[in-house]
Design a protein around this ligand. Sequence first.
Ligand code: KIV
Length: 275
Amino acid sequence: MSVHRPAQRVTVPQLMAYKGTRKIASLTAYIAPIARLLDESLDMILVGDSTAMVGYDLPDTLSITPETMAAHAAAVVRATRQACIIVDMPFGSYQQSPAQAFANAASMMAASGVSGVKLEGGQVLADTTRFLVDRGIPVLAHVGLMPQYVHTMGGFKAQGMTDAAARRILADAHAHAQAGAFGVVLEGISEPLARQITAELDIPTIGIGASPACDGQILVTEDILGLSGDRIPKFAHRFGDAAQVIRDAVGAYAQSVREESFPTLDHCFGVRSKA
Ligand code: KIV
């Protein structure tokens, strides 16, 4: 099936208008070569703070800085032309106050050229969403399983499994929608809750371990390409095996070097032609 792709970069208002008309396809990217390959197929690319774990092999997302996120985001923006690019606000860069959030979001946007920011948080962060949106910064909220709250949650666990917890997450999503968020990521929550939030909100929901009913889906790209090792989350699906492609190419390269079939003189400079 061919999907109509706009010639210009997808905008935040366009993403909002997709609700109820077409699903939003989204993935993460942190570096230019991957972003370049994703661009033609996706509506939105998230420069996620999951790069801490996926790209830097750290145990959680807590230690990545706004400067590092901005550098990754700038590379992804430079490498793409069509998808809407959103950057994650890293832990500690927005929770202190709306003013702190604005300063960090504005400098990450200025340094990278992204179209908006994502922040994790419940109702307590809704004022921050409002503060940013009123000052020209589009916000994608993230509720449910929030990796930056790993220590509060006691691990990366599905959320909203009791009635009380589900009510709280529903209220979190509504609070950010009322505060002007352009969308909300629903991560690792019970399926009926994700379905209910999607039905109740006027803004798109982007699911990751949530529900097929969400207005869009997002996954970590390395998980769908087989680049995350043997363990992938229950909610992900491996759509390809890039690991095998890389292993085969690197194996062929190493073998050519050892058997001296690479490089040849064709790969060298200033080669003297034979008389
Ligand atoms: O950091 C991230 O990659 C994310 C998602 C996958 C939603 O927040």
